[in-house]
Design a protein around this ligand. Structure first.
Ligand code: GLY
Length: 276
C-alpha cells in the first residue's frame, strides 16, 4: 500500500483540506516517493492560498525569502533564503541531486538556480502585501507582543507546506515555506534544517510546521523519527507536540506501519493511499 500525507500549514484554514486532498491524490500518482512529495509541495507552492512559493509571506522589509528542503534516506538537499524563483522545492531537489552540497543559501543558491535555468519569478501577491501592511500597523500600535502570541500564526502565517510518502516501500519528505511575516531579512526557520523541520530515514519520514525557532530548539522531526517503533506513531507525535504547550506546531509522519498528521492548531491535511 502506498501512502502520501500532505499538509498546508499549522494554524491554516481547515477549509483548505479539500484542496490539499486534491493535490495529495494527484501527487501519489508519481512513480516514486521523492517525485510524489515534490509534486505535492509544488502544487501548494503554486497555489497562493499557501505560505510557500507564490503567496509567500513578506519579511518586515518587504522582501520574500523562501526556504525549502527534500530528504530521502541518506540524502538531503535544502535552499535557504532563496528569492525570485517559482518553486524553491525544485531547487532544493537539485541541490541534493545535482550539486556536491546539501544546503545552498542566499545569493549562492540564486546563482546555482539561474545556472540550471530557473527563470526570474516574483512570488509576491496582493494578499502578501496586505498581510505585511497589517503586521507593520500592528507593530506601530504595539499590538503584537511577539510572534509566540497564540493569535499570530492564525492571523498572519498559515505556515509551511509539506509532504511525506511511502511508495514501493521507499520513504521521502519535502517541505517549503515563506517563513513568518514578522521577521528580519535573513531569518531562517526550521524547514531547511535537517532534523528540525524535516527528517527521513529507513524507518520513515517526518515533516514539521509551526514556529520554526521552537521546532529547531527541540529537533522535532529527528526526535519523532528516532522514536519510531517505540509505540504507535500517533502517540509519539502527540507526546512530542504536547511538549510545545501553547506554541503552534504540527507534524506529519509516516513509518512502515503507520501514518499520521497532528497539530495543536487547525491544520489542513490529507492522508491518501493507493494500491498499485
Ligand atoms: N515553520 C516555518 C518557519 O518557521 O519558518
Amino acid at each position: 500500500m502506498d501512502v502520501l500525507i500532505a499538509h498546508g500549514g499549522a494554524s491554516h484554514r481547515e477549509d483548505l483540506k479539500k484542496i490539499v486532498e486534491k493535490y495529495a491524490f494527484n501527487a501519489i500518482e508519481e512513480e516514486n516517493a521523492l517525485n510524489a512529495v515534490i509534486k505535492a509541495v509544488m502544487l501548494m507552492e503554486d497555489d497562493p492560498e499557501f505560505n510557500a512559493g507564490t503567496g509567500s509571506n513578506m519579511r518586515l522589509d518587504g522582501s520574500i525569502q523562501m526556504d525549502a528542503a527534500v530528504m530521502v534516506p541518506n540524502d538531503f538537499g535544502a535552499v535557504i533564503n532563496i528569492e525570485y524563483v517559482k518553486n524553491p522545492v525544485l531547487v532544493a531537489r537539485d541541490v541534493m541531486l545535482r550539486s556536491p552540497h546539501m544546503i545552498l543559501a542566499g545569493d549562492g543558491v540564486l546563482k546555482f538556480a539561474r545556472k540550471l535555468g530557473y527563470e526570474y519569478y516574483d512570488p509576491s501577491t496582493e494578499e502578501a502585501i496586505k498581510r505585511r501592511e497589517r503586521v507593520l500597523q500592528k507593530l506601530k500600535n504595539g499590538e503584537i507582543p511577539s510572534y509566540y502570541h497564540p493569535q499570530f500564526l492564525a492571523e498572519f502565517l498559515g505556515d509551511t507546506v509539506g509532504a511525506v510518502a511511502r511508495i514501493n516501500g521507499e520513504f521521502a519528505a519535502a517541505v517549503s515555506t515563506g517563513g513568518t511575516s514578522l521577521t528580519l531579512r535573513g531569518r531562517v526557520g526550521d524547514s531547511p534544517i535537517i532534523g528540525a523541520g524535516i527528517y527521513c530515514g529507513k524507518k520513515g519520514a517526518v515533516v514539521a510546521t509551526g514556529i520554526g525557532e521552537e521546532i529547531m530548539r527541540r529537533m522535532l522531526s529527528f526526535r519523532i523519527y528516532h522514536r519510531i517503533g517505540e509505540k504507535c506513531l500517533e502517540e509519539i507525535c502527540r507526546e512530542e507536540i504536547e511538549k510545545f504547550g501553547d506554541v503552534p506546531v504540527g507534524v506529519i509522519a509516516i513509518s512502515d506501519e503507520d501514518a499520521c498528521a497532528i497539530s495543536n492548531r487547525s491544520m489542513p491535511y490529507a492522508i491518501v493511499k493507493t494500491q498499485r
